[in-house]
Every structure is written in C-alpha cells, then in structure tokens.
Design a binder for this molecule. Structure first.
Ligand code: HEC
Length: 280
C-alpha cells in the first residue's frame, strides 16, 4: 500500500513539475562556423548593444504586440564585426530542437530584432494559433521582424520567427548540412522542393539526420514517401489536422502563392532523397 501511495505521489509530483515553466537563464551563445566564440548573459548584452522597444504584427496571434530587444544587425556587428555580412546564412538553434537557417541577405534587407521581454505583460509567452493553440514560452530570445513598416513580410507567416533561441551561428549551408541536399543534377522541381523544404520544413524535421530535431526524421532508414501514399502526404502538408486532429504540426502557410506547386515540389524532393539515404 505504502509503495503504491509513493508511486502515485511521484507521478503527481512529476506532472506538477512538468507544468511549471522552467525559466532558463537568459543567455546567448554565439558561434562562427560551429565554433563557440562568445557566451553572453542578457545583462552583459544590454551593456554592449542598445536595447529598444518595437511593435510587430505577431503572426502567431494575429495582433500587434510590443517587445523589448536588440536590433539584430547591431547585435551581429557588435559580436562578429562586419564579417557576418559575408556569411551565407545565419542559423538559430532553439531550446526545443528547432533550427532555423536564414540567408543573411534577409537581415540586410529587413529590420529584425532579437527580443527578450514583453513590456506589457509579466510572462514572455504567446498562444501559438498555428500550432494547436499551444501556450509557448518565448525565452530566452525570440526573433521578430518589423512587418509593420514592411507589410510584405506578413505574407511569409511565422517561419522566420524562431522562439526559445539559445544559439546563433554563421554558416554556409552546404558545409553545415551536406547530407540534406539532393544530387547536383536533379531536375528543377526537386531543386525547388529542396528550397521549399528548407524554408518551411527543416526547422522541425531532419533528412539523413540533418535539420531541426523538434520532430521526426523523414528519410532514414525509411522515407516517408515509402509508407505515406502521395495523396495522403499532400493532404497532410496542406492541413495536418485533417489527418490527425491533435497534431501540433502547422499547415503550410495558407497565404502562400502556388501552394499546390510548392507541396508537389516538396514531395518531389522527398522522393529524390528516398534514393539518397545516408546514415546519420
Ligand atoms: C513547427 C514544426 C513543424 C514544421 C515546420 C513541419 N512539421 Fe512536419 N511534423 C511536426 C510534428 C510535431 C510532427 C509529428 C506528428 C504529429 O504530431 O502527429 C510532424 C509530422 C510530419 C509527418 C508525418 C511523419 C510520420 O511518420 O508520421 C510528415 C510527413 C511531415 N511532418 C512533413 C512535413 C513537411 C513536408 C513539412 C514542411 C512543409 C513539415 N512537416 C513542417 C512538426 C513540424
């Protein structure tokens, strides 16, 4: 009896624990092609980079929200000097395994901010309407874009808005992810599908072990195209909740032009990778 009681207590206690938001220290790691060059706390960052308040149209909540944070270009120049401008991409790694690689051109073209608090509320959280209304913790850092001065960014949805960012790395895509690329002589639809996969899928999924680890591998040892019928795969990418009602995978951005073509290209890419399996 006593043992059973202790067991139930343990279970209750761990459920309780899992519901307490674990606030990690607000720290940011900076890497250069995989090598750590600096680790700075929020307090230290504030001393080096001027923080500011920015209002953005929050794509996951569909309303204007204010945040405090650092202009990313100032932050990158402060840490890396002007060298960051020559890098191909900037890779953001997050606490939950999400990884987002964004071409550095985007940062030169549009103002973005790495934010760390919301001045209008105590919690640094939001309700992710794109992911089954999950309440998400945004800290330690959250990448947002000035999509009010640049409304064209609003059509892109939230794919360039990683939250829980812990690490920034300057990378060349092929060096960092050599096993994800399709063969060089692939047809155009496969190449386009690879670009679309990078933009919309790799933040959460790996291919041959490379990419974001928030969700499952899609190619090794068995490609998803081998056990998912193509028509169901299309339906899944189009609207995952029409297949599994409680899934947290977001639908491919509904505002995207040529959505059908993008989905077909992504599947062409996945099929090409079925014949290019590499052990992670
Ligand atoms: C924000 C994270 C996220 C993004 C972005 C994302 N997925 Fe997913 N995906 C998931 C999660 C989580 C699951 C787990 C399955 C579930 O919840 O039912 C999943 C499951 C899947 C599955 C089913 C795998 C299986 O064996 O059951 C496929 C196929 C898939 N995703 C393809 C894609 C494609 C293609 C894209 C890009 C268009 C994409 N995903 C973008 C999170 C994501």
């Amino acid at each position: 009896m006593f043992k059973k009681g202790a067991f139930i207590f343990n279970v209750m206690f761990s459920i309780l624990l899992s519901q307490v938001t674990i606030t990690s220290p607000q720290e940011l790691t900076f890497k250069n092609h995989g090598k750590v060059i600096k680790e700075l706390s929020l307090e230290k960052l504030k001393k080096v980079i001027q923080s500011t308040t920015i209002t953005v149209f929050e794509p996951t909540e569909s309303e204007n929200i204010r945040y405090n944070g650092f202009p990313v270009n100032n932050l990158l120049t402060g840490i890396y000097g002007d060298k960051w401008k020559e890098t191909e991409e900037i890779l953001f790694t997050c606490r939950d395994g999400y990884q987002k690689s964004i071409p550095s051109i985007e940062f030169k073209e549009y103002p973005s901010y790495l934010v760390y608090t919301n001045p209008d509320k105590v919690e640094f959280t939001l309700i992710n309407r794109l992911q089954n209304n999950q309440l998400v913790d945004l800290g330690p850092f959250y990448l947002v874009w000035d999509n009010i001065s640049h409304p064209e960014l609003q059509d892109e949805g939230a794919s360039n808005w990683p939250y829980q960012v812990t690490t920034i790395d300057l990378i060349n895509f092929r060096d960092r992810f050599p096993n994800m690329a399709p063969p060089k002589n692939s047809p155009m639809n496969v190449k386009n599908g690879f670009l679309a996969f990078r933009q919309y899928c790799m933040a959460c999924h790996t291919i041959n072990g490379e990419g974001g680890e928030k969700s499952v591998e899609l190619n090794y040892p068995v490609s998803v195209t081998e056990y998912f019928k193509e028509s169901w795969l299309i339906k899944w990418i189009y609207n995952p909740r029409s297949v599994r009602f409680n899934t947290t995978m977001p639908a491919l951005n509904p505002k995207l032009k040529d959505r059908e073509t993008v989905i077909k290209d992504i599947i062409a890419y996945l099929k090409a990778m079925k014949d290019n399996k590499r052990k992670p």
